[in-house]
Design a protein around this ligand. Sequence first.
Ligand code: KG4
Ligand code: ZN
Length: 335
Amino acid sequence: MYILGFESSCDETAVSLVERGEQNRILGEKIKSQIDIHAKYGGVVPEIASRNHFEVIDILCQELLEECKIKLEQIDGIAFTQGPGLIGSLLNALVFAKTLAYTLNLPLIPVNHITAHIEAAFINNKAIEYPLLALVVSGGHTSIYFQEEKFNNKIVAKTRDDAIGEALDKAARYFNLPYPGGPVLDKLWGKGEYDKELAFNKPKFRDETIDFSFSGYKTGIINRAIKFDIKLNSDRYHNLIRTFMEDTFDYLLYNCQKATELYPAQSFVVAGGVSRNTLLRKKFSKKIKEKLYFPLPQHCTDNASMIAWLGSEKLIKFGDKKFRNYEINSFSRNS
Ligand code: KG4
Ligand code: ZN
């Protein structure tokens, strides 16, 4: 069975073809990142993002099929990111997938972007067992999910303001580092030492929650740079980056450890763009007692293989008939 998947929720246009059955593998994947286009604005500009998806999605699809030597008539289902994401961006994968599915008379499988981030860990780890806890850390999300089994997804914590990726990107932007800041800070944290005077307190809520808040970290790093008159590229600058990274990741870990007490699980997945981070991976590998899994680095950040993979799982589980609604849109909440 061949499933084509499309992703266009933010600033990556991506297409993937997976084969399921005797062979369970990615036959091919293509991604066109818009990072260079948005870098000069210091973040994603939604209108520019949607126009760029529109220009490349058909070309990427055609190239992928040619490279995989698979014809459209051989495809068994079309999966696409239904949401969440930037609406103008999401519409590109939606319309393209819908048109293909309708004209080829194929099942059209809506996929939730966040659940797909978790599913990405299954592509390279076939032995993940349920129940499972998953931390999704990206530019738009910081949430913990509990899955008793696949497709039984319960959110147990979320950010009440900014996502961790946003805090990393904004901190980097303040120091004139290129966008996206997360990968750049990943290269810098090792140059500094943890500095107690610059330490960040964990946010506290009045209620007994394991929700997150990153707005204090985001402004906190800038306040410390001003208060201590920290010069770019100085030792203290590197110490500030190190302390910021250590404290934000320890905070993630702290809430995740609380989640493991509340929701006993066999496995723990960390997914989303920020899960590429080397310091985060080190800290989680040391402290999480459950079996720990990460997606491959190329499947941590936005990609279409996670969409095609989860789409194929849904098609296998729920059958062809469930996915014949060609009137589906990006506002529906059933993916
Ligand atoms: O999952 P993703 O591609 O998009 C969203 O769904 O938001 O995540 C993008 C985020 C950005 O904030 C980027 O800075 C961060 O992932 N990121 C990293 C690393 N690679 C990407 N953050 C820390 N360390 C990295 N190595
Ligand atoms: Zn994402």
